[in-house]
Ligand binder design. Structure first.
Ligand code: GUN
Length: 290
């Protein structure tokens, strides 16, 4: 059996097109959604992500402003910038690219963002709303995974067994919450889980998000399962290559023979994250401007 490929690139492009159409409509009414992306330091991967966020927000017709700060930025200066962005009526979404360099404290920084502008969905108010089914902004990567799951399996996921591997605030925990909300039976596995392979074999939906290249093997996967691979790992370059290949947390060549559907890496979950960020920015702008 060869799994169906879940084309995140195409799904994200379609979502961005729908967002751009809505941005054009609200802009005609005088509201141009504004996104501020804050990057502290010079982490090369973060620089690439921030450039993409900036560019795609502009392509969708939004105002997009990146603030690039040196790695030694004092916390007080960063908090001051966040306060100014909170107060700026032209900015509807604020995102601080993670991780932030030490000794900056991620929790303090996220906690300073106005929850109504927290387009990452990481502020405790939004995390709480996710947990109780309130009207918050949802974290982008888990939202994107849910969209891909529904595109693949249909709107009704109720009763399916889902396994999320990883328990990060950015991905694992909110993903588990969204799956519970969709009436799945959810297990969260992590570094202390005993017999991970066995847990995987029970899952109709498998969502690895741990950053371990090709950790999930083909024979761990239930035949016909849907695999949403959130891992994005760069391998060491092969001789003659400048950059190593990007691979997921799943051994793709093995998994594709067993799964019913699977996301490739790259071109699966990654593009959905930015599309969902733009979706959150549009939502925040519409809520702010009534
Ligand atoms: N770093 C990796 N992914 C993300 C994300 O979705 N949001 C933020 N703010 N930082 C990240």
């Amino acid at each position: 059996m060869t799994a169906r490929l879940i084309d995140g690139k195409a799904a994200a492009a379609a979502l961005r097109q729908r967002i751009a159409a809505q941005v054009a409509r609200v802009s005609d009414l005088g509201v141009v959604p504004g996104l501020a992306v804050v990057l502290v330091g010079e982490d090369p991967a973060s620089q690439v992500y921030v450039r993409s966020k900036e560019r795609l927000a502009r392509e969708a017709g939004m105002v997009s402003i990146a603030h690039r700060l040196p790695p030694t930025t004092p916390e007080a200066d960063l908090l001051d910038l966040i306060r100014r962005l909170n107060a700026d009526p032209a900015i509807h979404g604020i995102l601080v690219q993670l991780p932030v360099p030490k000794p900056l404290d991620e929790r303090t920084i996220i906690g300073a963002i106005d929850p109504a502008k927290d387009v990452d969905g990481l502020h405790p108010v939004n995390v709480g709303n996710l947990s109780i089914g309130g009207e918050g902004l949802l974290p982008c990567t888990p939202s994107g995974c849910m969209m891909l799951l529904r595109d693949t399996l249909g709107a009704d996921l109720s009763g399916l067994r889902a396994l999320v591997i990883g328990r990060s605030n950015l991905m694992g925990k909110p993903m588990a919450q969204l799956l519970v909300r969709a009436h799945c039976t959810v297990t969260v596995a992590h570094s202390r889980t005993r017999d991970l392979a066995d847990e995987c074999r029970r899952a109709d939906i498998l969502v690895p998000a741990v950053g371990q290249p090709r950790m999930v093997r083909g024979d761990w996967i239930k035949p016909g399962a849907t695999v949403i691979d959130v891992g994005m790992n760069r391998l060491a370059p092969e001789p003659g290559q400048e950059k190593g290949r990007l691979v997921g947390d799943v051994a793709f060549e093995e998994a594709v023979e067993v799964a019913g559907a699977i996301t490739p890496v790259p071109g699966g979950v990654g593009p959905m994250t930015i599309a969902c960020l733009l979706d959150n920015t549009l939502t925040a702008a519409c809520r702010a401007e009534g």
